[in-house]
Design a protein around this ligand. Structure first.
Ligand code: ADP
Ligand code: MG
Length: 735
């Protein structure tokens, strides 16, 4: 790079988070003099310390792995003559003129000359101390962006300090930071941590990752250690091609990504090995022809699809083993996961054990309860068994009764919300736990369910169900420890849902269409958006829509459902809608998951642009459950800006283009990235910070291949590696 090459970095001289100019150098004694007017005063160490902690930068190694966002080149002095418009440069020059102008506004104008050219520095905010430093005759080191112009070269608010002193030999790192944590502080902390942290290699000898060697190592030896890589990334030599640092293709970056992926794979394999040591009840279903399963299938009003039969077989095979099942059942909305859960429960009950089914909302749990009681009680009654119900909003007496049933074992199946995992709930012999819409639950809740058999030293089998399929790349990395069954076929006789995007200025046409649907005996959902900032607003919005639709649709029963309603009221509304009495159901997103009313054939989603892709797909899945042709109308509003944002447009387009939940999940991942897709809450797993599963496939393959061998042959190194990279978070991966 020639000395006057344009800076490849976007906005040097600014603090990443606050946008405040950063001091040109971090030399402590000078800091007061070079601090800029308006720049935050250096906070007390404890405040900065707290900010560090909040960012998860606790251990030395955490800081060593906290890598710069970009770099500033302070290693050279540029001659003003060579500085081009737009370059961010460092110059050394003498002040030849300095004055405070009052028009058009108060500002300090300082002219400097480095012997090759002049440059005017402009400051809109300044203190007397600055004026003093910038007085005529002073020789300064100045760093800023050069603007050309009619009046010659200029810099606005450059950083400055007295000239002289050695130039650094490495680029200056600019770290991601937060308010209250100045660059200067985090730079010092990172530099100290880099010296103190134990960075000895944890890769077994001879197990170098396949790091690209093509474009040279830019200052690194051909074989380098983690220590070398980190040292380089914090303080790269000025010759490095900055683009390779920016796009993370530099060998030092590749090395870090490889190590990160290895840590993740190790913890996954370790979790798998630990699970293999656990024990679960062996559930062999009764083989007799009049077994529960046979009777269940006989009374079912439909036959299973081939896909349902296949996944039921997979689940049963797992449950017949003495290692706890850890299986995800994924299938698009409406693919019929509930009956698979029921059949799994039947197998468990038939073997003489208890089963629990947990759903994220009371409405959904209640629907399961209604359905499963209908299917199972006729089979359970002759055995003196029944289905128990547990929910938060339950009368004390009823709850006590249910708890007794669970404890005695008379309840062969327990259905409910989070209430199922509470401590007071004592199972007699829980052998199978089914979690519906598993992505709505956290790690802690899954762990709690698994604890429910702890007294026997065993764990129940775990079946998780989700309509949001995990894309393959994520399945391979984050969920390497999970077995997956997929229902890839919808029950017969469904007509595909037609999705239409309609501007909300045409709302009244849509309402007309609702009238026609209801007149022909169909039912309609109308979903109001969640307004993040205010639940109250959310409610008033839904209430207003409810009033408006009631007025526009005389003679049609329009109901309202929202999360703040008392349970009994919710239940009453759902019953009227399920029974077909209510034509239109206005709701907030409470109906998002699992609600099953086959006669509903039109779904209207207001302000669809505010919803996430998976959420829209879930909502749409509430219709198209019967044989009638169904439609989903996505009403969008362009708001004040007059147009939709790009991601909103992408989402709505994806919805209109496909009904396939897998395709939707793939696009969702593309639009949102894995971190958000999984949600830290769901996975509990720390997201990959550096590696990209789509791009770094070579490194992922390397990590996947090495991890099991490393656990086998170098367990200590493996352990050190995981704790270095994941710290305390490794435990979470096991849930
Ligand atoms: P999801 O996978 O979204 O949880 P459900 O289990 O709620 O789907 O099933 C959707 C609807 O399809 C329900 O009304 C269910 O009774 C029905 N269903 C499930 N399996 C079949 C099948 N094999 N044939 C016909 N209808 C089925
Ligand atoms: Mg369901």
């Amino acid at each position: 790079m020639s000395p006057n090459a344009p800076a490849a970095l976007p906005d040097p001289g600014r603090d990443a988070a606050s946008g405040q100019p950063v001091p040109a150098r971090k030399s402590k004694s000078k800091e007061g003099a070079q601090a800029k007017a308006g720049a935050p005063a250096r906070p007390a160490a404890s405040a900065a310390q707290q900010a560090l902690q909040k960012m998860g930068l606790v251990r030395d190694i955490d800081l060593a792995l906290h890598l710069p966002l970009r770099y500033e080149d302070e290693t050279r002095i540029t001659l003003l003559r060579n500085a081009r418009e737009g370059d961010t440069v460092q110059i050394e020059a003498t002040v030849i003129h300095s004055e405070v102008q009052l028009r058009p506004r108060r500002m300090l104008k300082v002219t400097v000359d480095d012997g090759t050219a002049e440059c005017v520095l402009t400051f809109f905010s300044f203190y007397p101390s600055h004026q003093k430093t910038l007085s005529v005759g002073a020789r300064l080191r100045i760093r800023g962006e050069v603007k050309g112009g009619f009046w010659g070269r200029q810099m606005m608010h450059p950083a400055f300090r007295a000239a002289g002193g050695e130039l650094p030999t490495a680029l200056t790192p600019v770290y991601p930071t937060v308010a209250g944590l100045p660059q200067a502080y985090i730079r010092r902390a990172a530099a100290t941590a880099l010296l103190r942290a134990d960075l000895s290699d944890t890769l077994p000898a001879g197990e170098q990752p396949p790091v690209a060697r093509l474009h040279g190592h830019g200052g690194l030896p051909a074989l380098f250690s983690l220590h070398d890589a980190l040292q380089f990334l914090h303080h790269p030599t000025p010759e490095v091609a900055l683009s390779t640092l920016e796009d993370h293709s530099h060998p030092a970056w590749q090395r870090l990504k490889a190590e990160e992926l290895l840590a993740q794979q190790l913890s996954q394999y370790e979790a798998k090995r630990e699970r293999a040591r656990l024990r679960a009840p062996v559930l062999r279903a009764g083989a007799q022809p009049d077994g529960l399963t046979q009777r269940f299938l006989q009374q079912l009003p439909f036959g299973l699809t081939a896909a349902q039969q296949r996944v039921v077989a997979e689940i049963r095979a797992d449950m017949a083993r003495r290692v706890p099942m850890h299986r995800l059942l994924q299938g698009d909305v409406g693919s019929g996961k509930t009956v698979v859960a029921a059949l799994s429960a039947v197998a468990c009950i038939d073997a003489g054990w208890q089963c629990a089914l947990m759903a994220p909302t009371e409405i959904l749990a209640e629907q399961h309860f209604g359905k499963l009681v209908g299917w199972l009680e006729p089979l359970l009654a002759p055995l003196g068994k029944r289905v128990a119900w547990l929910a938060g909003a339950q009368k004390k007496k009823e709850r006590a009764q249910m708890l007794a049933l669970v404890e005695s074992g008379e309840a062969a199946l327990v259905i409910g919300t989070h209430a199922v995992i509470q401590e007071q709930v004592q199972f007699k012999n829980l052998a199978l736990a089914v979690i519906d819409e598993q992505h709505r639950f956290g790690v802690a809740q899954r762990l709690a369910l698994r604890q429910k058999l702890a007294a026997t030293g065993m764990e129940p089998h775990l079946l998780m169900m989700s309509a949001t399929p995990i894309p393959r790349t994520l399945a391979m990395s984050y969920y390497a420890d999970l077995d997956v069954s997929t229902i890839d076929e919808l029950p017969p006789g469904r007509t595909p849902i037609v999705t239409k995007l309609i501007a909300d200025s045409r709302k009244d046409e849509v309402i007309e269409r609702i009238g026609a649907q209801v007149a022909s005996g169909r039912q309609v959902y109308w979903v109001c958006p969640l307004i993040e900032e205010s639940e109250a607003l959310d409610l008033s919005n839904a209430t207003a829509t409810h009033a408006y639709l009631s007025e526009m649709l005389p003679g049609v029963m329009v109901g309202l459902l929202h999360s703040r309603m008392p349970t009994a009221e919710k239940k009453a509304v759902m019953e009227l809608f399920s029974a077909g009495v209510m034509g239109v159901l206005v709701s907030t997103t409470v109906i998002e998951v699992g609600v099953d009313v086959p006669n509903a054939s039109l779904m209207v989603i207001e302000h669809a642009e505010r919803f996430g892709l998976s959420q829209l797909h879930q909502l749409r899945g509430r219709v198209g459950r019967g044989a009638a042709a169904s439609a989903c109308v996505l009403l969008y509003s362009v708001g004040d800006s007059g147009r939709l944002g790009e991601t909103a447009k992408d989402r709505l387009r994806a919805m209109a283009e496909t009904n396939d939940g897998f395709e939707i999940a793939r696009r969702d991942l593309e639009i949102r990235g894995p971190g958000e897709f999984l949600g830290a809450r769901q996975s509990g797993a720390p997201m990959l910070r550096f590696a990209d599963l789509e791009q770094d496939t070579l490194l992922l393959d390397w990590a996947r291949e090495l991890a099991p061998r490393m656990l086998e042959q170098h367990p200590q190194l493996a352990q050190r590696h995981v704790s270095r990279w994941l710290g305390g978070k490794a435990e979470f991966l096991k849930a």
